[in-house]
Design a binder for this molecule. Structure first.
Ligand code: 5GP
Length: 206
């Protein structure tokens, strides 16, 4: 990639429990990419094994609301009783130096980013079927049945929004889903409107 080429904003979204986080991690483990992950901020408590500053920035409700007032989020949403948001500062900085910035966020947040960054690449991760989603939430074992039901209800409201995305990637196998996303990123870079300026002279485009 040329030094002066801006990186892409890649929004990975979809229902909770679909495996966005696992797919994103598999994507980052692949070779030869310039991806950086935008760590979100949340008011929910850390799950076992989650590290502050890596998985999320864990903050209080008061701190989060102050940041909303100070306009420090690219987007934010309330999800099952907690705030989640993308801190603004790093995103632009990283894209400006040619990094592909990956956001892994739920659908309300993705809609806000769509308004602000029309040239972002929006990818909806879908489960192979609803049962698979339910099984995954159960298996995670970090939430009670009530919260799982809330997440399933939310998923029902999120599925119909898939048509607003540029791509739908079914998470049948994590590795397959990550491969498809990488293919999408490569194809997006090759899109004529993004790449033709590099070859203008050769192609004699005026
Ligand atoms: P979880 O509690 O399972 O970590 O996350 C709940 C939901 O919030 C997931 O769908 C996750 O992708 C989403 N999420 C995580 N970070 C953000 C964020 O910064 N903004 C928004 N809008 N959603 C987020």
């Amino acid at each position: 990639m040329k030094l002066n080429e801006r990186g892409l904003l890649i929004v990975i979204s979809g229902p909770s429990g679909v495996g966005k986080g696992t797919v994103r991690k598999a994507l980052f483990e692949m070779e030869g990419h310039d991806l950086v992950y935008s760590t979100s901020m949340t008011t929910r408590s850390p799950r076992e094994g989650e590290i502050d500053g890596i998985d999320y920035y864990f903050v209080t409700k008061e701190e989060f609301e102050q940041r909303i007032k100070d306009d420090r989020f690219l987007e934010y949403a309330k999800f099952v009783g907690h705030y989640y948001g993308t801190p603004k500062d790093k995103v632009d900085e990283q894209m400006a130096i040619g990094k592909e910035v990956v956001l892994e966020i739920e659908v309300q947040g993705a809609a806000q980013v769509r308004e602000k960054a029309r040239d972002g690449v929006f990818i909806f991760i879908a489960p192979p079927n609803k049962e698979a989603l339910y099984r995954r939430l159960l298996r995670r074992g970090t939430e009670g049945t009530k919260t799982i039901q809330k997440r399933m209800d939310k998923a029902d409201r999120e599925f119909p929004l898939a048509h607003k995305y540029d791509y739908i990637v079914v998470n049948d196998e994590v590795r397959n889903a990550a491969d498809r996303i990488m293919a999408i990123i490569r194809a997006e870079h090759a899109k004529t409107e993004r790449s033709i300026y590099k070859y203008r002279e050769m192609l004699e485009v005026k």
